[in-house]
Design a binder for this molecule. Structure first.
Ligand SMILES: Nc1ccc(C(=O)N[C@@H](CCC(=O)O)C(=O)O)cc1
Length: 490
């Protein structure tokens, strides 16, 4: 902490001192950022999907050890989940990182054309290489600041695997891993520089496993009962349900087992995975019930048997107004990343691979008319007239038990759709590195603000209390469901 030279009034003193804290911590981020940019690039180069992030988690663990955090491995019984804590007493500020990749998105870095490194290989199509590394950078800068200024307080870094479909944070919340945290801070790569205020959908992934009876499809079709027919009928039934569900609900499916490759063998087994999403848990549970009735109907029609197996589930995100407002002020003070001509040049090449609709769609989400800028150089107003187009995230479950806030930082050319090769291609770019450092500064900035201002933590907790008073958190994971550690290898 700097000694104060100008202090016109007590209020002024508080403001000036907290400004000083933030500029100190931002300098701290700059001092150590190179290690974390390297970490992000290394994780980019070892893309590992859903619960198989052994090397990526080991990289994060090694950095936590190097920085002197107290380590908890195997969080919630998940081998690729890790937690580090540093400090004593005071409030507990939690930073959450991710490092899982996506299947099928292998792509070279730094080129503006689709060029897989390895056909069918994985890739960081959601930018989680940057996500985990910048969250660890923020946690480390905060730890250094606490050490230097001898301020009581604890900082935690949660290394969270399997955000893409594995709901790791929901399992971690269920196991009590977030107990004791006063606030939770994270970020996500994005087109824009803003406080993340868009809601997310509660989401359950469930497999419907049909069993029939095999038979010769020409000689004795009347003796066979087709599990594949049942899957087809179930999908038709669900497609008819669509008209009669809330317009913001989403239901989609993937065929995991179609029963074999021979049309002349009646398919005795088939499996379809559903993702069933709604704006809140009661809405989602109702839809899960309806989809499961349709599955039973399909089994009845085909004289097959059906078993429903929940794979994972996440809650919707609860906003936190005091934290969002405080973070917005921090991001205003900090400003967007400063991109240079090389950054803008590469982003313009990526932009040329996008359609006008891709670009219009992200501007529509923040209620703005499209511009020609390749990269975001402005802060989206907190009260922008948003038209959110939303997915789901396991950050949702954390937000129900700990006041949570998230940064969006512009790691990609404006309009880049996520889960595409273009995100992977930009994952080690100059603009992604600058945006990840800026995200770390915003996270460390709000972290230090909360740590030094007990009123902010109190207000954040009161906001959470108010939002959950009538609808307490009920974990969407049934008790018997364990983390689906082998879901991506099955
Ligand atoms: N800031 C973001 C957070 C999540 C996602 C995302 O694509 N999540 C997946 C994961 C879904 C889940 O966890 O249930 C999805 O919506 O399909 C994208 C941006």
């Amino acid at each position: 902490m700097k000694l104060l030279t100008i202090a016109a009034s007590f209020d002024q003193e508080i403001t000036d001192r907290s400004m000083d804290n933030r500029s100190d911590i931002w300098r701290g981020v700059d001092t150590i950022k190179a290690r974390f940019i390297d970490l992000s690039d290394r994780v980019w180069g070892m893309p590992e999907v859903c619960y198989t992030e052994a090397r990526s988690a080991a990289e994060h663990l090694a950095e936590l050890r190097h920085q002197g955090f107290r380590i908890t491995e195997n969080v919630a019984g998940i081998p690729t989940a890790v937690m580090g804590e540093w400090g004593e007493g005071g409030p507990v500020i939690a930073f959450m990182g991710e490092y899982d990749a996506l299947p099928g998105l292998s792509q070279e870095a730094g080129v503006a054309e689709h060029r897989p490194v390895e056909t069918g290989g994985h890739g960081h199509g959601c930018g989680h290489n940057l996500l985990g590394s910048a969250a660890l950078l923020a946690a480390t800068a905060m730890k250094d600041w606490l050490a230097e200024n001898k301020v009581p307080g604890r900082v935690r870094y949660y290394g969270c695997p399997a955000e893409e479909g594995g709901a790791a944070k929901a399992f971690m919340v269920r196991s009590g891993a977030f107990e004791g945290a006063d606030i939770a801070i994270t970020w996500h790569p994005h087109s824009f520089w803003e406080v993340a205020v868009t809601p997310s959908l509660a989401n359950t992934r469930a497999d419907f496993i049909f069993t029939g009876r095999t038979s010769h499809a020409a000689a004795s079709p009347h003796l066979g009962r087709s599990a594949l027919d049942a899957v087809e009928l179930m999908n038709v039934g669900v497609n008819y349900m669509r008209e009669h569900m809330p317009s913001d609900a989403r239901v989609h499916y993937a065929l995991l087992d179609t029963g074999g490759i021979a049309p002349n063998v009646v398919q005795a087994h088939a499996r379809v995975r559903y993702s069933i999403r709604a704006r809140d848990l009661p809405g989602m549970n109702e839809l899960v019930g309806r989809v499961s009735k349709i599955a039973e109907g399909a089994a009845l029609m085909t004289e097959t048997k059906v078993e429903m197996k929940i794979i994972s589930a996440v809650s919707n995100i609860l906003p936190n107004t005091p934290l969002e407002q405080a973070l917005h002020r921090v991001m205003e003070e900090l400003g967007p990343p400063h991109f240079d001509d090389a950054d803008k040049g590469f982003a313009s090449q990526i932009r040329a691979t996008l359609s006008d609709k891709d670009i219009a769609s992200v501007y529509y989400a923040i209620g703005m008319e499209p511009t020609d800028r390749p990269l975001a150089d402005f802060l989206v107003p907190l009260d922008a007239k948003r038209n959110p187009l939303v997915g789901s995230t396991d950050v949702g479950d954390v937000s129900w038990v700990v006041p949570t806030v998230q940064v969006h930082a512009p790691t990609v050319a404006i309009g880049t759709p996520f889960h595409t090769w273009q995100v992977v291609a930009q994952g080690k770019s100059g603009h992604a590195h600058k945006a990840m450092v800026q995200a770390a500064k915003a996270m460390a900035g709000i972290g230090i603000k909360a740590l030094m201002d007990p009123e902010l933590i109190k207000a954040a907790k009161a906001d959470l209390q108010k939002r959950t008073a009538k609808t307490p958190y009920v974990c969407p994971l049934p008790d018997h469901v364990a983390p689906p550690l082998t879901m991506s290898v099955a």
